[in-house]
Design a binder for this molecule. Structure first.
Ligand code: ATP
Ligand code: MG
Length: 428
């Protein structure tokens, strides 16, 4: 092995899946070096299941294509070839030295190298810069294992330089803190606070992707690091105030109390905004339309109280739809749990109310009560045949809906027609 050196922990082993081991061995048998690297080594060292296995190698992309039967040119310019094994693809990337990252993801220019140490040096954090193979053991040149033990995210090299090359790394640092429950090393933290302004160089799509990942971790409260470091002031000044002295605890507790679902966690983050303000913020973040719709629904129904009776429950299903009602209920539970954490008081009648509504909801749904216009036992054509036309038809259907929401037993063609005739007679 050139200069990569062996990690201090010769006893350290990772259980590499058979597919991945075969790939490493094939490359090594051809005379090159190959290691699993990055997130999978970090996660294994923490005893967590890795979600992908990335491989780094001294072999050039064309060598990899020669060595394996089925490959895909995923990012061959940047040195990455995907090797297929069964249905699964593994990214094999040639050791490289990166230029700057204009898009925050791919360096503008890469240079291949045959030194593992150079490849590890370009990686963002010490905990992400470890490599491992069964034949060579752990390669940990920057104290990654020690930082895992200390639970800190620390830059490889000089933080100012690393964040200067790629500003997205500042957000990645916070994301890994949230993902792993870590804190940020002091020098790395200081560099983020000093260079926070650089985050404006990163596209909103990438900012949003990192923010979303952070929000969906088991420690969404770590998101307050975005405010503390000054990153929010740069990218989302309107959210910054949700972390000021009086609101911070509420925001943090709420985020912690919500299930890891995108629209729920974004609604928690934007709790202090009106639905319209939240929409503006999310559009600026280039959020997808479905999430924007869901967040607006959740925020506009923040204080929705459904009466504990079947008619009110049918009306709520009609107005919001079942999927949205589930989100609204989950958000409501989160708010209640957050309040409980803050005040220390039990949530009073909230649980009983939620159970009562859930029971009513089940009854209404399993009985197939009418909750939508299409459930009505009368159609627009029926109304036309009765001489109605234009906008009046839609308005009549709405009235009939309101009627059967109150009294579902009236949802028969006969009684609805009777009602319509009486109304028409009345109007003439
Ligand atoms: P995850 O669990 O989210 O997949 P990961 O560590 O695998 O975490 P990826 O974004 O998949 O993160 O990147 C894989 C590896 O590539 C990282 O572990 C790190 O070594 C390196 N890396 C990724 N993005 C950057 C970056 N912006 N700057 C430097 N190195 C990076
Ligand atoms: Mg990964």
């Amino acid at each position: 092995m050139s200069d990569s050196g062996r990690g201090s922990a010769a006893e350290f082993t990772i259980h590499v899946p058979a597919d991945v081991r075969r790939i490493l061995e094939t490359i090594e048998d051809a005379g090159y070096e190959a290691f699993v690297v990055g997130g999978c080594v970090r996660d294994c060292a923490l005893g967590l299941p890795p979600h992908d296995w990335d491989i780094t190698t001294s072999a050039l992309p064309l060598d990899i294509k020669r060595l394996f039967y089925r490959t895909v040119d995923t990012g061959i310019k940047h040195g990455t070839v995907t090797v297929m094994s069964g249905n699964h693809g593994y990214e094999v990337t040639t050791y490289r030295i990166d230029g700057t990252y204009a898009d925050g993801r791919h360096p503008d220019r890469v240079e291949f190298t045959d030194r593992l140490s150079e490849d590890l040096k370009r990686r963002d954090f010490t905990i992400n810069a470890m490599a491992y193979s069964d034949s060579r053991g752990l390669v940990d040149l920057f104290g990654g294992r020690e930082d895992l033990a200390r639970k800190v995210v620390r830059c490889v090299g000089i933080p100012y330089e690393r964040f200067g090359e790629d500003a997205l790394r500042m957000m990645r640092a916070i994301r890994f803190c949230a993902q792993l429950g870590f804190s940020i090393d002091e020098d790395t933290y200081r560099a983020i606070t000093d260079l926070a302004g650089n985050i404006r160089l990163v596209s909103m799509e990438r900012v949003q992707a990192e923010l979303t990942k952070t929000l969906l971790t088991p420690n969404p409260a770590r998101i307050s690091l975005y405010a503390e470091t000054g990153l929010f002031r740069q990218i989302l000044p309107e959210i910054d105030s949700a972390f000021d002295l009086c609101r911070r605890e509420k925001t943090v507790r709420l985020l912690e109390s919500l299930p890891p679902e995108k629209s729920l966690r974004y609604a928690g983050l934007l709790y202090f905004e009106t639905p319209e303000e939240a929409e503006r913020t999310l559009r600026r973040l280039k959020m997808d339309n479905q999430t924007i719709r869901d967040v607006k629904t959740i925020l506009s129904a923040r204080n929705l109280r459904i009466g504990e009776n079947e008619a009110d429950v049918r009306a709520a299903i009609h107005t919001y739809g079942l999927d949205s009602l589930k989100l609204i209920a989950a958000f409501d539970d989160g708010m209640t749990a957050a309040k409980e954490k803050i005040t220390g008081f039990p949530p009073g009648r909230h649980r009983a109310h939620r159970l009562a509504i859930d029971r009513l909801m089940n009854t209404v749904i399993s009985r197939h009560d009418p909750v939508n216009i299409r459930d009505l036992d009368i159609t627009g054509e029926d109304l036309m045949a009765m001489g109605m036309q234009g906008r009046a038809i839609g308005e009549m259907l709405d009235r009939l809906m309101a009627l059967v929401i109150e009294k579902p037993e009236l949802n028969t063609k006969e009684s609805l027609k009777g009602y319509v005739s009486r109304m028409l007679g009345h109007l003439q």
